[in-house]
Design a protein around this ligand. Structure first.
Ligand SMILES: *Cc1c(COP(=O)(O)O)cnc(C)c1O
Length: 233
């Protein structure tokens, strides 16, 4: 599927249908285009169709694209693993960073966010299925990190992001997503305001929305297969 217009309509229809099933307002669910490895031309095309939020996973790749697309009103999200030697670029060139999983990274982002920009919108990535190779803070440590982030200057804590375990057969992330939501509510009940649950991708946005997602990150079903896909999680 390389017809961007049809893809976008299809994703919007899937979101609307899932929201209807969940008894939710589709306006509560943001669609982020996960554009890693797709060309600036492709991003430009999707932008022309009305898509405004794009997510990138690699700083160098993202900066190169941003340089070419600088004139467009794109809201850039960083959704990939963030090393501490790349926090400055993230703090200077993105509206959101969704993949913060340790205090050191959050502190550097706060220090490096240019004060003339709006606060950096930040999500804590949770390793909800405790996978050894996966990024993200363990669920029981998320609350402490949220409290730390909440007190930082130049940062606005928005919520949690998670990528569930990819099972081989009968993939059903519903239980993982339910646990992310429970954690989210638990942290909020402890007095830390958050409004964003970033969960759901091409294969499972319906299950994620049923479990309360407010932000789905869609790559393949929006932009087509990634040209050189060797980094899928
Ligand atoms: C690539 C990516 C996505 C999108 O995945 P698809 O299955 O292609 O929709 C979502 N979230 C993150 C963090 C990603 O890296």
């Amino acid at each position: 599927m390389n017809n961007l217009k049809a893809n976008l309509q299809n994703i919007r229809a899937r979101v609307a249908k899932a929201c209807e099933k969940a008894g939710r307002d589709p306006a509560e669910v943001m669609v982020l285009a996960a554009s890693k490895m797709h060309t600036p031309a492709r991003i430009r095309e999707l932008h022309a169709l009305g898509q405004r939020s794009f997510g990138e996973n690699y700083i160098q790749e993202a900066l190169a694209k941003q340089a070419q697309l600088g004139a467009l009103d794109i809201e850039w999200h960083f959704i990939g693993p963030l090393q501490s030697n790349k926090t400055r670029e993230a703090a200077e060139h993105f509206a959101w960073v969704q993949s913060v999983d340790r205090a050191k990274i959050a502190r550097r982002l706060a220090e490096q966010r240019p004060p003339e920009l709006p606060p950096l919108e930040l999500c804590i990535q949770v390793n909800i299925d405790r996978e050894p190779q996966k990024a993200g803070v363990l669920p029981e440590q998320a609350g402490e990190l949220a409290r730390f982030v909440q007190d930082l200057p130049n940062i606005r804590l928005r919520g949690l992001m998670a990528i569930p375990r990819m099972g081989s057969e009968e993939y059903d992330p519903s239980d993982s997503y339910r646990r992310v939501r429970e954690l989210f509510l638990q942290i909020r009940d402890a007095g830390i305001p958050m409004d964003t649950l970033s969960m759901g991708m091409s294969a499972d946005l319906e299950q994620a929305i049923l479990q309360g997602s407010t932000l789905v990150r869609i790559g393949t079903d929006l932009l087509g297969p990634r040209p050189d896909d060797d980094s899928a999680e």
